[in-house]
Design a protein around this ligand. Structure first.
Ligand code: CU
Length: 246
């Protein structure tokens, strides 16, 4: 039977290995996480939770793999002929592996609800853009009635996309904006974004919606307030709605 000082030594070695493996795996997972640059404030909230999950995955990986590999190697039978020790159970251990995961799940549920509240919050000063998804293109409509098949929005603005679909289910997804939302025929769904990065991105449909599903990739331009106003005016003139000017 192993002496308790030997047991303690095993625990210390395993503890150190678990911590080291967690750090290496956590850094590795977060390093290879293929997240594009964040283009809206909601994205950093989502990314933070994403990275927290990566650390949790690293801890679980280290706990399972280190204990398993260490036991395989150190306690292998080798040339020994004696039987291993028989265990009936360990109440402390059983309580620990029930209570700790329960507490972790409750904490993550709480963080998840908070994150959801943050990313779905609707501030008062929103620019509402109506989005129609159809096979296989998008139509955007601005509050002044301007229609466009590309999405142009001003930077540092609270956007509210009010969306529906004309035929089958589509899904609104700009990878730099992270959050996806389905467009459902007969329903109005919405998603909020606060733009904080100017640039050109791509909107794609994230629900396989038929033969030309992949043709739904559409430019998204986040521009300065002045550029946006100029663009809107230009569209208005092109669409022959000068009188709608305001
Ligand atoms: Cu689609």
């Amino acid at each position: 039977m192993p002496k308790s000082s030997t047991d303690k030594r095993h625990f210390i070695i395993v503890g150190v290995l678990v911590v080291a493996t967690t750090v290496v795996m956590g850094l590795l997972l977060n390093g290879v996480l293929p997240l594009p640059e964040a283009g809206v404030t909601q994205a950093s909230t989502v990314d933070w939770l994403f990275r927290l999950h990566m650390w949790l995955i690293a801890i679980l990986f280290a706990l399972v793999v280190v204990l398993m590999v260490y036991s395989f190697y150190i306690f292998r039978r080798g040339k020994r002929t004696d039987d291993g020790e028989h265990f009936e159970g360990n109440t402390t251990l059983e309580i620990a592996w029930t209570v700790i995961p329960l507490v972790v799940v409750v904490i993550f549920t709480f963080i998840g609800i908070q994150t959801l509240n943050e990313i779905t919050a609707s501030p008062a000063d929103q620019l509402v853009v109506k989005v129609d998804g159809r096979q296989w293109s998008w139509l955007f409509e601005y509050p002044d009635g301007t229609q466009s098949d590309e999405l142009v929005v001003p930077v540092n603005t609270n956007l509210r996309m009010e969306m529906t679909a004309s035929d089958v289910i589509h899904s609104f997804w700009v990878p730099e904006w992270r959050i996806k939302q389905d467009l459902v025929p007969g329903l109005t769904t919405h998603v909020n974004f606060t733009t904080d990065l100017e640039g050109e991105f791509e909107l794609m449909c994230n629900q396989a919606c038929g033969r030309s599903h992949t043709d739904m990739v559409t430019p998204v331009r986040v521009v300065s307030e002045q550029e946006f106003t100029a663009w809107l005016h230009q569209q208005m003139v092109a669409q022959g709605r000068q009188t709608a000017s305001k």
